[in-house]
Write a protein of this length. Structure first.
Length: 337
């Protein structure tokens, strides 16, 4: 399968997925709003701020002009941080009105919008009306860009309400090191993808404070239980939370130094302030904003999410992390299920 694909967002994930799609034989245009980054990608075939020691394909072309990037594209992949999805989609809409190309839309972002509590596919559907595009698919699962850059084995899921679109995404991305499953549970996949970042902040903080494997396993397991509860309140398929987007992504994000969320939590546990952590990371830490959105959403929907609440109190109300852990531990005993 060979297509013209526009990838919007040239950070760690967007640039590596663009390179994979190029490697799979597609004509890929990679858009970034940063002209210096575009210059570096086109002239040196590197993207050093995001992925070190990696040389991108010479046939991969970067653009800072959105119209040039989108021209002729039959598929558009959005990979910007969640807070930028609405504005970038709005700009893309204006271009698609001129182009009349009706591309398939895929996104690989993991978050929930502040204030509206919308999932990324909902934001895209709102900003790009159905007459300007084909179906929307979400690509998600345990997938650090750093491992994909090494062509290490990675398995993800492509979820869409339109199974032809999910299969189309599967075909575009599959190769010897990148295996893609299809899934119809867009809600579950997007909720799992967004909220695992909260738990990774927590396991990172446990690590920074010197806690061991038992504590991290406990947080990931009970964290997934409350994520599943929120998902169920939206009608998500419970199986999704035992799959790649659920357990798989909690494991990879909640245990890996490649995870920005885990590293951020680690630094918080070691005593840095949230502002210091955000300033030094230089890349998006989706879990910080998602903690606020998920906490507010849990209150709005009456879903009990004690771990999310504890992390919210640490990040947004200045609660001491050790006190938050002790309060969680000393809650009244209860049945596991
Ligand atoms: N890094 C990974 O391994 C990975 C894997 C799976 C999913 N994701 C998800 O992909 C999304 C992007 O993550 P990333 O790791 O590539 O982030 P990043 O911080 O590495 O890069 C984000 C990119 O978006 C651009 N950007 C930021 N604000 C923008 C705006 N307002 N308008 C246009 N462009 C803007 C930045 O310039 C940068 O190029 C996130 O939702 C993340 O959770 C990341
Ligand atoms: O680096 P993180 O914490 O944003 O996680 C990246 C991916 O979501 C892992 O699957």
């Amino acid at each position: 399968m060979s297509e013209k694909i526009a990838v919007l967002g040239a950070g760690s994930w967007g640039s590596i997925l663009a390179n994979l799609l190029d490697e799979n034989g597609n004509e890929v245009s990679l858009w970034s709003y940063n002209p210096d980054q575009v210059k570096e990608l086109n002239e040196k075939h590197t993207n050093t701020h995001y992925i070190k020691d990696f040389t991108y394909s010479e046939t991969l072309k970067a653009y800072s002009d959105l119209k040039q990037a989108l021209a002729g594209a039959t598929t558009v992949l959005f990979v910007v941080p969640t807070k930028a999805v609405r504005s970038v989609a709005g700009e893309a809409k204006a271009v698609l009105e001129e182009l009349h190309t009706k591309p398939q839309i895929i996104h690989a972002s993991k978050g929930i919008e502040q204030g509206t509590y919308k999932r990324v596919s909902e934001i895209l559907a709102e900003e790009i009306p159905a007459d300007l595009r084909a179906a929307i698919t979400v690509l998600s699962g345990p997938s650090h860009a750093e491992d994909v850059a090494k062509r290490d084995i990675t398995l993800v899921t492509a979820a869409s309400t339109d199974q032809d679109a999910a299969k189309h995404t599967q075909k575009l991305f599959m190769n010897r090191y990148f295996r893609v499953y299809t899934n119809s549970d867009v809600i579950g996949v997007e909720i799992a993808a967004a909220l695992k970042n909260i738990i990774a902040l927590g396991t990172g903080a446990l690590n920074g404070l010197g806690y061991g494997d038992n504590a991290k396993a406990a947080l990931m397991t009970r964290g997934l239980a409350e994520i599943s509860r929120l998902g169920a309140s939206f009608g998500a398929n419970p199986q999704t939370f035992t799959g790649l987007a659920g357990v798989g992504d909690i494991i990879v994000t909640g245990t890996s130094q490649n995870s920005r969320n885990y590293r951020a939590g680690d630094e918080l546990g070691k005593g840095q302030t949230l502002e210091e952590v955000i300033d030094t990371m230089g890349m998006v830490i989706e879990g910080v904003a998602t903690t606020k959105a998920a906490y507010e959403l849990s209150k709005q929907r009456g879903v009990e999410m004690p771990i999310t609440e504890a992390i919210y109190q640490v990040l947004y109300e200045g609660k001491d992390i050790r006190k938050a852990i002790s309060d969680l531990m000393m809650r009244e005993g209860r049945s596991e299920f």
